[in-house]
Design a protein around this ligand. Structure first.
Ligand SMILES: [Zn+2]
Length: 428
């Protein structure tokens, strides 16, 4: 799937390529060696097949080799409007006319029903990385009053949120949970003494369990939002809260099968490959930060046409099993409703002479002999609806499965014993 998919946006994409090819030594060189001629690219297929993917590791390596910006710049330093540093560190100067994703964020804020004049408590870090400051500026652009909370100092943060009567929380869901615990430890009633009504949840996965806990304890409506450090805001929830709509301003997004690099379809998991549209001081073209998303099928009841995605995890842990791309995070989510299961791993093998590969979900419990056939069937159904693949369920003593197997970044979760395959999924 690609988004946006209109001819006008495709022309904008080609104009972006042309600008990079004319001004950036890096793209001049890589386009020449890949035989990319922008004027010969007539459609998405030609774009996909010709223009090389830029992996995050290549960006970092090029900047180390040619410090600090690599060979990517399209303008001299005196044309920079702002400086961003993202984890790596990766150095990302911006032109004055690049809006740093603030306009996109302002629209996401509007979609959440946040009104001008509301007091917003921003708790992303303001320290070195751009997240806190960018969100701060976006809320100010939306007409809000912003508390520059940052991270840490949770008692003081609770006091500030209470004194200013902040109605909007913006930050990670885990820090909101921490503020909730802190408020309780201060003998405050979270619903009466705090005034949050909307939460902008970002920079971390919002699990259904945490959402439920926070919403019921605080009387808040949480909106999941995601961005990526280098490319900026990517997608955010509408009030239906079923997946995040892709933003359609600054990015051309592709979601590709990580193995075949063919576009993934709705219902499947795909790797994000994004191109920043427009003129950039440091253009990122077909940039792959290594993130995998599930593309949700069907239209959203809210009526917004933008496709919806759900963040799955790092792409390196994905495996193709019986033709289906499986990320261990999806299985992990499905298993959360079964507290008996302490650990898990997935084993794929194919016995000699067998035509079909076998997929076993090995579940570590305290007493495998007590696990019932009914429990096995319930787990098999939950997992099948999450990953569209039926797995054999096998209960074992929890000690038989390494604790880290079923935890992020999930590099050892899938043990692939098929002939010619490596033992576990490795990150690229
Ligand atoms: Zn919607």
């Amino acid at each position: 799937m690609v988004w946006p998919d209109s001819p006008a946006e495709f022309s904008r994409l080609l104009a972006t390529l042309r600008w990079a090819a004319e001004h950036s030594p890096y793209y001049q060189r890589t386009f020449a060696s890949a035989d990319v001629h922008v004027d010969d690219i007539r459609d998405y297929e030609a774009f996909r097949q010709r223009v090389p993917i830029l992996r995050k590791g290549e960006l970092v390596a090029n900047q180390r080799l040619h410090p600090p910006f690599g060979e990517f710049l399209t303008v001299p330093r005196d044309r920079f409007g702002s400086l961003h540093t993202s984890p790596g560190p990766i150095f990302l100067p911006r032109l004055p006319e690049e809006n740093q994703g603030i306009e996109t964020l302002r629209q996401a804020i509007h979609t959440m029903g946040i009104r001008p004049g509301e007091v917003v408590h921003v708790t992303l870090s303001y320290h070195i990385m751009p997240g806190g400051l960018r969100l701060h500026r976006a809320f100010e652009a939306a007409g809000c009053l912003v508390i520059n909370g940052g991270t840490g100092s949770s008692r003081l943060q609770v006091e500030l949120a209470r004194a200013w009567q902040a109605t909007v929380y913006a930050g990670t869901p885990s820090f909101l949970a921490h503020l909730l615990d802190t408020a309780r430890s201060m003998n405050l009633d979270p619903r009466r003494d705090l005034f949050y009504r909307v939460g902008f949840s970002t920079a971390e996965k919002l699990t259904p369990q945490l959402r439920h806990e926070l919403e019921s304890a605080l009387g808040i409506e949480l909106f999941d939002h995601c961005g990526e450090a280098q490319i900026g805001p990517l997608a955010g929830e509408c009030r239906v809260h079923e997946g995040m709509h892709l933003h359609a301003r600054d990015l051309f997004c592709e979601f590709l099968d990580p193995a075949a690099h063919q576009p993934a379809e709705p219902g499947q998991v795909g790797e994000l490959v994004a191109t920043q549209l427009g003129r950039r001081a440091l253009p990122l073209i077909r940039y792959a930060p290594g993130d995998a998303f599930e593309i949700l099928p069907g239209a959203c009841p809210c009526g917004h046409p933008a496709p919806r995605v759900r963040f799955v995890g790092q792409v390196g842990a994905i495996r193709k099993i019986k033709g289906v791309l499986v990320h261990p995070q999806q299985v992990h989510e499905a298993l959360r409703q079964f507290p008996e299961v302490r650990r898990f791993e997935i084993v794929i093998d194919q016995a000699p002479g067998e035509r079909y590969e076998r997929v076993r979900l090995r579940l570590g419990t305290a007493s495998p002999e007590a696990a019932s056939a009914r429990l096995a069937a319930a787990i098999a159904t939950a997992v099948q609806s999450a990953v569209l693949l039926k797995m054999e369920i096998e209960f074992v003593h929890e000690g038989e499965i390494p604790e880290e197997a079923g935890l992020p970044p999930y590099v050892t979760t899938i043990r692939d014993l098929r002939p010619g395959k490596s033992v576990s999924a490795q990150r690229e």
